[in-house]
Design a protein around this ligand. Sequence first.
Ligand code: HAM
Length: 440
Amino acid sequence: MPAFQTLPGFREFYPDALARRNHIFRVWRHTAGAFGFAEYDAPVLEPLELYKTKSGEEIETQLFNFTDKGGREVALRPEMTPTVCRLVGDKAATLKRPIKWFSIAEFYRYERMQKGRGRCFFQFNADIFGEPGVEAETELISLLVQCLCGFGLDEQDFYVRLSDRNLWFYYLEALGLDEPRSRAVLTAVDKYEKIGDDAFKPYAAQFGSALDPAIKEKVLAFLQIKSLEALETALAPFAATAAKLGARLDDWKKLLGNLSAMGLEKYISVDLGVVRGLAYYTGFVFEAFDRKGELRALAGGGRYDNLVGRLGYADMPAVGFAIGDMTFALLLEQRGLMPAFVQSPEVYAVIGGPQERLAAFADIHAIRASGFRVDYPMKEMAFGKQFKAAAESGAKLALIYGSDELAKGVVKIRDMAARTEQEVPRQNILATVRDFLTAA
Ligand code: HAM
């Protein structure tokens, strides 16, 4: 048994695995660019205080924290949201709004390990600061959908559950609950899907008596709402007395209307069962799941209008989400959407003897210097083996440097997929390779 192993839940990325990870990051980065988001980065180690009470109890118990040599209480970041709030808060006066930012970074949570959950994982975070209206949610939910569709996933593969903590609070207020009781009910709602009625036990313990059965019945019925129409029906009795509920329903109509205009309604499912565990969410909240319901959440996010203010800066409206890399990679693999060759050479040179090798070197270097990926066997090898290596490498083209070809001043180019070959004068090799690969 070797002396040192990775710590439980930590991951090593051998080249194949890193190529797959990079492929995912490349598509996310490209998609964020298409939506006009700018990339930022920040420290991996932060003051412990940044997460205490800000992120919520669950994350607090999962922190990797310690005292550094200077006696500071520090933690490896479990999420990006408090950090990005600090970045924005610090420069709020000079940043042009709306601020649309994204990052791809590694996070650490001391969690129980399960399929799709580790103790270190990557997230793609996207956030918008400075926009109080549903335009921000529209932008972020459409970005989330595209970050998944960009790999070939579609509405058969995943969906986004959309809910609203504001609506819940207004509704519970209309039912006569005060804020502490409403919070306790929302905590129960968050757990209800997993543990059923036991989710309401902490409420009874906190307030000395169980939630009024008539109210509980209404809460459980509200939880079942799956459409805008059902929501309107449920809220109709309060139309005269609770103006906030009516205004909120208008926000729902606008957001769903915007997403429908983009053709995205097929991805969205109204679902008030989602309330999100993290402490800072204030309004719309959403989570993405695989349709088959086999995997844990792919992504989660929502509005958090108070967090920048709670960190000591001027208040700033904010919405954002994060997609995790682990569940997402599992889904791509399940659906056969992880490409087989993510870091393959584009061109593979098949070389005869030592003389041909020198000719090949001249061309290989020129093609590489033009930015194309070229590989070749380091040692002399039989042609058959080299063709096998070319096929296994995933290259689109093979360049064949045999003595007959060189005597004629040509190189044979094989299109690996079409299995066709043509002879090209050596001085035209680079142009031919470029034309082929840029057209491919
Ligand atoms: P979260 O729901 O805690 O939200 O995490 C978002 C996603 O990160 C999850 O849906 C999951 O895919 C992934 N994830 C979380 N924990 C783990 C883990 N232990 N192992 C593997 N993957 C994990 C947040 O973190 C919020 N800060 C998102 C956000 C950004 N809200 C606003 N802006």
